[in-house]
Design a protein around this ligand. Structure first.
Ligand code: KIV
Ligand code: ZN
Length: 498
């Protein structure tokens, strides 16, 4: 069996399904190009029938990317497949990913169907997709909870119908590593024609076992893994690409290689986190801020004497360069351009000039500008399309005094002012905004995170606001965390006040 593992990245499909993480087409192209540089084999670019935006993104990514196969998701429905094929028309290498649920939960409750009927539908969708493309991947949704004997029948039938890749998703993240590995082994040993297809893993992280399950699948014969950058994805997320790449690189005895250029991992992780407004937990393996930070004295001493006493990975192998030039107010445009290039971002001269202006403003407030700051600077202009904008904010607060805030909002060109007192400066400012926007809205989640260290650091604020039973997500970054909080609140409001 081949020792080459194919990396199928679904950051732009399964990852992008996370509420609040949606990207526009330009941002998706930026991520797709970074994935190409990272060396992924397949990019799942979207679910074209789901929205005109997804359709357009698959079209544009197909045009922008050269080497990886571009994949589009469908249900086992002819119309979905027609639309996916149309969206993939410009892809140099294309794949349709179609499938249906195979567990009892799906067959009985979702489809009100029978095992035999599901096999018929599975065969039909693969044959239908084959009319358009040679490379057809079939997914057996909820395969993790599907009986192995029945699953083997489905997989055998779709391979006979022409499937080139068979995906065995643990959709609910339920399997134990041993159980998932045995499932793959069972298919390897019991499906006639299995040598004509590649088995793919697709593991969710609901019980924190996605990476362990994926590795178990690989050890038992899977030769494609479906992963996302930073492990983002619905609920607890998907298997993290960076974890699989670094496990296989660290455990050479497994004898399986990927095409991933691991030195691009760090920049790719930062780009996805920044564009999707999705913070990476500080202790996240490989890409978390603390992943290589040794804080205890004993560890620090050990690492200084010999790095390998406490580190199994050299940070440089994932693209963390301790000697990277730090940008300051004295750095020129060329230094900013170079740093952006290292981070995988190429800007037109006009955009670079704009970013440099913003860089100088930030450098006036903050001594050292790090990679996250740089990515934040070139990130989307979140307020450009906003109907409601923060015109000014003034806050008085301190110990032993009541916090008071005055705000002025610009709503479609007209200015509105209000003042309020509150239980702290953020509370006062939010109450003042609520006086102007008199809608029923509640803050459900409010997260402030410093990008780096130091009192002059930028604070990133994520906010989830509930309005009439729906949740809306707001984000902002600012060296003033009260301003960032109010901007994030206004960002969320703009999503329902049209
Ligand atoms: O988790 C899952 O089952 C999926 C399929 C649609 C591939 O994402
Ligand atoms: Zn999934």
């Amino acid at each position: 069996m081949s020792d080459r593992l194919f990396i199928f990245d679904t950051t732009l499909r399964d990852g992008e399904q996370v509420p609040g993480c949606q990207l526009n087409t330009v941002e998706k192209i930026q991520v797709a190009k970074a994935l190409e540089e990272l060396g992924v084999d397949v990019i799942e670019a979207g679910f074209p029938i789901s929205s005109p935006g997804d359709f357009k993104s698959v079209v544009e990514i197909s045009k922008a990317v050269t080497w990886p196969t571009i994949c589009a998701l469908t249900r086992a429905v002819p119309k979905d497949i027609d639309v996916a094929a149309q969206a993939l028309q410009y892809a140099k290498h294309k794949r349709i990913h179609t499938g249906i649920g195979t567990s009892e939960y799906h067959i009985r409750y979702k489809f009100n169907s029978t095992q035999e009927e599901i096999i018929e539908r599975a065969i039909a969708c693969v044959k239908y997709a084959k009319k358009y493309v040679e490379d057809v991947e079939f997914y057996a949704e909820d395969a993790g909870r599907t009986d192995n004997v029945y699953l083997a029948k489905v997989i055998e039938a779709v391979i006979q119908a022409g499937a080139t890749v068979v995906n065995i998703p643990d959709t609910t993240g339920y399997c134990l590593p041993e159980e998932y590995g045995s499932k793959i082994r069972y298919l390897m040993e019991n499906v006639k024609g299995i040598q004509n297809a590649i088995i793919s893993t697709h593991c969710h992280n609901d019980l924190g076992m996605a990476t362990a399950n994926t590795i178990s699948g690989v050890l038992n014969g899977a030769r494609q893994v479906e992963v996302t950058i930073n492990g983002i994805g619905e609920r607890a997320g998907n298997t993290a690409l960076e974890e699989i790449a670094m496990i296989l690189r660290s455990h050479k005895e497994i004898g399986i290689t990927t095409n991933i250029n691991t030195q691009k991992i760090h920049s790719c992780s930062r780009m996805v986190s920044s564009l999707m407004n999705m913070p990476v937990q500080p202790n996240k393996a490989i890409v978390g801020r603390n992943a290589f930070a040794h804080s205890s004295g004993i560890h620090q001493d050990g690492v200084l004497k010999n790095r390998e006493s406490y580190e199994i990975i050299d940070p440089k192998d994932v693209g963390i360069d301790d000697n990277a030039i730090v940008l300051t107010a004295r750095s020129g445009r060329a230094a900013l351009k170079h740093r952006l290039h290292v981070l995988g971002v190429e800007l037109s001269q006009e955009k670079l000039n704009e970013a440099y202006e913003n860089f100088l403003k930030l450098a006036d407030k903050k001594k050292d500008i790090n990679d996250d700051d740089v990515l934040m600077l070139v990130g989307k202009d979140r307020t450009a399309m906003h109907r409601i904008k923060l015109e000014y904010l003034q806050v008085t607060s301190g110990v032993g005094v009541q916090s008071v805030a005055s705000v002025c909002l610009n709503i479609a060109g007209e200015k509105f002012e209000a003042a309020a007192s509150g239980n702290g400066p953020v509370d006062a400012a939010i109450k003042a905004v609520k006086k102007i926007i008199s809608r029923n809205m509640t803050i459900q989640e409010f997260l402030i995170q410093a990008i780096d260290k130091g009192s002059d650091d930028m604070g990133k604020v994520h906010m989830q606001v509930e309005h009439e039973g729906n949740s809306f997500y707001g984000f902002s970054a600012n060296t003033d965390i009260i301003a960032a909080s109010v901007e994030a609140f206004i960002d969320a409001i703009n999503k329902f006040v049209k």
